[in-house]
Design a protein around this ligand. Structure first.
Ligand code: C2E
Ligand code: MG
Ligand code: MG
Length: 373
């Protein structure tokens, strides 16, 4: 496959001022000088991935590419060109194991890249040995200021590598076929905790994240149903979070899956809303309950006009479709005030509480007067 064919495809996705350099036979470096915000780089990456989606005519036949995009932005990431290139390369390697095909470099990724290899087998062992834990991050109702819900977030402290980011865990699980086991483990752990907390009169709505790959598993709705029955938790207490990108692929299949999941009685939420490309038609057709505004937009709420407009629009959109709007990543009191003023329903973020182990969560909830039986 010659790079020129690939470049031909990419060109319409690029702006005239963007620079393209071939790094090797298989690698292209794009320099986008007019990126105002990391989310714009993600949008550009998605555009490029889409441009390469269709097979390319090659040597009398066709070739299908499996492109992946690593992203690093200045000033968020190292400005030194060599370091920046290294960051992009680390991000690219991680992107290769991600369903969405892109990854924005994070400061912890260097460590991640180093330890990544040995982790495959370890995750399998960790699931079997119950070495993973679930932490809970509260969500407060903005109208009353009271905690009403929490998001379950996966945690793994590896004996030698230390804490492994959940996104890495999910990446490994998807790559090695462990995702169904991991999803099952998380669901059961959350429901077991929910059942215990219910006995004590603590009844938060609990959100569980589902990876894109988990959504492809036809057995998932039965698994959810079975877990709910095992722990006798009313389905209305559980919300499943899916990312926007998981709805884009095969809309009919996603629709069928979401309808079956909804049939178990759980709520459905779209996570990181605003970063993908969901069409308004999906919002109308899919049986949803909630939109979670991506934390990048929440972070820029008070300083970036564009971010403010996006948050405003997502809140309005939610309400027009009779959905709950949840802001994640709330770190500043002023941001919380503004969200309240804008009519956002729920808020989650370090300002209120960091994700906590089950015990700490229970104490926090009681202390803050969270919803009770
Ligand atoms: P997410 O679902 O969007 O989760 C929210 C992330 O934002 C969490 O990161 C949380 O710790 C972080 N966060 C919360 N409040 C703040 C804040 O005020 N400021 C900042 N900067 N960050 C905040 P975490 O726990 O590292 O999880 C990252 C991602 O990993 C999650 O993003 C989710 O996509 C995935 N994930 C976590 N647990 C699971 C799981 O059980 N299954 C699956 N499939 N994915 C999971
Ligand atoms: Mg989430
Ligand atoms: Mg999110």
């Amino acid at each position: 496959m010659t790079l020129s064919l690939v470049l031909e495809r990419l060109r319409p996705a690029l702006r005239p001022e963007d620079r393209v350099a071939a790094i090797s036979d298989e690698q292209i470096c794009l320099v986008l000088p007019r990126i105002a915000h990391p989310t714009q780089a993600v949008l550009a990456a998605v555009k490029c991935l889409r441009a390469l989606d269709r097979p390319i005519a090659h040597e009398g036949g066709t070739a299908v590419l499996r492109p992946c995009v690593g992203i690093a932005t200045v000033p968020e990431h190292p400005a030194d060109p060599a370091q920046l290139l290294m960051a992009v390369d680390v991000a690219r390697r991680i992107a290769g194991s991600r369903e969405e095909g892109y990854h924005v470099y994070q400061s912890e990724d260097n460590v991640e890249a180093e330890v990544y290899h040995g982790l495959d087998i370890d995750l399998e062992r960790a699931i079997r040995a119950n070495e993973l834990t679930v932490h809970y991050q509260p969500q407060i109702e903005l109208s009353s200021g009271r905690p009403v819900a929490a998001e379950a977030l996966l945690r793994w402290r590896h004996p030698t590598a230390g804490p492994i980011p959940p996104s890495t865990m999910v990446g490994i699980a998807e790559r090695t076929g462990l995702i169904a086991s991991l999803t099952f483990w998380v669901l059961n752990t959350v429901l077991r905790n929910a059942a215990q907390l219910r006995k004590e009169g603590i009844i938060p709505n609990l959100s569980v994240n589902l990876s894109t790959r988990a959504l492809v598993d036809a057995e998932l709705p039965d698994l959810v149903d079975q877990a709910l029955r095992t722990w006798s938790v009313p389905p209305g207490q559980i919300t499943l979070e899916i990312t926007e990108s998981s709805m884009i692929g095969d809309a009919e299949r996603s629709m069928a899956m979401l309808t079956r999941l909804k049939g178990t009685g759980v709520g459905l939420s779209i996570d990181d809303f605003g970063t993908g490309y969901s069409s308004l038609a999906y919002l109308k057709r899919f049986p949803l309950d909630e939109l979670k505004i991506d934390r990048l937009f929440v972070a820029g709420l008070l300083t970036d006009r564009g971010d403010h407009q996006i948050v405003r629009s997502v809140i309005d959109l939610s309400h027009n479709f009779e959905l709950r709007a949840v802001a994640e990543g709330v770190e500043e009191p002023a941001t919380l005030e503004e969200l309240k003023r804008m009519g956002c329903d729920l808020a989650q973020g370090f300002l209120m509480a960091r994700p906590m182990g089950e015990r700490e969560f229970r104490a926090w909830w009681l202390d803050k007067g969270g919803t009770h039986a």
